[in-house]
Design a protein. Structure first.
Length: 313
C-alpha cells in the first residue's frame, strides 16, 4: 500500500463526508492505493455515525474510536499504530488542510528521500491576534531550541516515511513537535513544503489560547528529553557537583579564616557565608539524588496505555 492518511478528529460531523470525498477524488485520480484512518478522539456529536457509514461503503477506511477525549497526540499514536502505508499523511478533519497537496508530499518522500515533510501554512486564514501572532512567536522559539529551520511546526498536514511513525513515540501533547522527536530519533532529512490553508468551513476551533502556554512548556520538555532524557545524571549530577563544590568552598574559607586569620572574630554560625555553604551543599546533594533517581526510573519504567479504544472498524 502506498499511502495511509491519518485523520484525528473531535466533533467534525459536518465536514467528514466532504473531506472523505475530497481525499478519495484526489488520490483516485492520481492512481494511488491508499487507506484512510479516522481516529475519533471522543466526539460527542454524530462524527462516529458518519464514519461508520463511510466505512460500510468503502473497504479502504479504518476507524478508531476512543471512549473519551484523550488528545490529539494520543489519536495520532493510535492512527500511526494502525497505518500500513509506505508513506503516512496526517491532516486535520476541519477542511483547513488541502488533500490536493498529498501527491506532491508523497513525491518528496519517495523521490527526494525525505524522512518527514512538514507543511507550512504561509498564508493563513486564522485570527491574527488569536492564532497568527502567537504561532509566529511559538515557531520562532521552537526553531531556536530545536535547531530545525521549519516555519510551521504545528501544521497538521505532514508526510512521513513509515519507519518514522513506527519509531517516534507521540505522547502527552507532543504532536506539535513530531519533527523534533523525529530528529532526536535520528531522522535528519526533514523538509518543508508551502501548503494551501483553507478558511474553516464548519464549526469552530477546538483549541484555545492555553495551547500556546502548553506548547512552550512542551518545548522545554522536548529540549530536556532530547538533551538529557537518556542521561539525567549528566544534568542533575553536574549541577549537584557544582553546587556542592560552591558550598564546600565557602566552608573551607570559613574554616581557614577562623583557624588562622580571625581567631577572635565572630562565631562561624553568625556569618552569612555559613548559611550559603550549608544551603549550597544540601541543594547539591539533592540534585545529585534527583539525577540518580532519574537513572533508576529510566531502567525500571514500563509502557503504560495512554488511551482506551472503545470501537474499531
Amino acid at each position: 500500500m502506498q499511502i495511509s492518511v491519518v485523520i484525528p478528529l473531535l466533533n467534525e460531523e459536518e465536514s467528514l463526508n466532504e473531506l472523505h470525498h475530497w481525499i478519495s477524488e484526489t488520490l483516485d485520480s492520481n492512481g494511488f492505493s491508499y487507506e484512510i484512518i479516522f481516529v475519533d478522539d471522543g466526539s460527542t456529536d454524530g462524527s462516529w455515525e458518519v464514519i461508520s457509514t463511510l466505512s460500510r461503503k468503502r473497504n479502504n477506511i479504518k476507524a478508531i474510536r476512543f471512549n473519551r477525549n484523550f488528545g490529539k497526540s494520543q489519536a495520532l499514536h493510535a492512527g500511526f499504530k494502525a497505518a500500513e502505508g509506505d508513506v503516512i499523511i496526517t491532516m486535520d478533519a476541519d477542511l483547513q488542510d488541502n488533500p490536493e497537496e498529498i501527491p506532491e508530499l508523497y513525491k518528496m518522500i519517495t523521490e527526494q528521500n525525505y524522512d518527514l515533510v512538514s507543511g507550512w501554512k504561509k498564508k493563513r486564514y486564522d485570527s491574527v491576534i488569536a492564532k497568527n501572532l502567537p504561532s509566529k512567536l511559538f515557531n520562532a522559539a521552537a526553531r531556536k531550541t530545536s535547531g530545525l529551520k521549519l516555519h510551521d511546526f504545528n501544521c497538521g498536514l505532514k508526510a512521513y516515511k513509515n519507519e518514522v511513525i513506527k519509531t517516534v513515540d507521540v505522547y502527552g501533547e507532543m504532536h506539535r513537535y513530531i519533527p523534533v522527536l523525529a530528529k532526536n530519533a535520528g531522522f535528519s532529512n526533514i523538509g518543508e513544503k508551502v501548503v494551501q490553508h483553507q478558511a474553516r468551513k464548519y464549526g469552530e476551533t477546538k483549541f484555545g489560547m492555553e495551547r500556546f502556554l502548553n506548547g512552550f512548556l512542551d518545548l522545554l520538555t522536548i529540549w530536556f528529553l532530547g538533551s538529557f532524557g537518556k542521561r539525567p545524571m549528566h544534568l542533575f549530577g553536574a549541577l549537584g557537583v557544582v553546587m556542592f563544590i560552591v558550598g564546600f568552598g565557602f566552608a573551607a574559607y570559613l574554616g581557614i579564616d577562623k583557624l588562622f586569620l580571625n581567631k577572635a572574630g565572630r562565631l562561624i554560625t553568625q556569618r552569612p557565608q555559613f548559611y550559603i555553604s550549608l544551603v549550597s551543599m544540601l541543594i547539591g546533594i539533592q540534585l545529585f539524588i534527583a539525577g540518580f533517581i532519574g537513572e533508576l526510573i529510566l531502567r525500571t519504567k514500563r509502557e503504560k496505555q495512554r488511551y482506551h479504544i472503545k470501537e474499531t472498524l
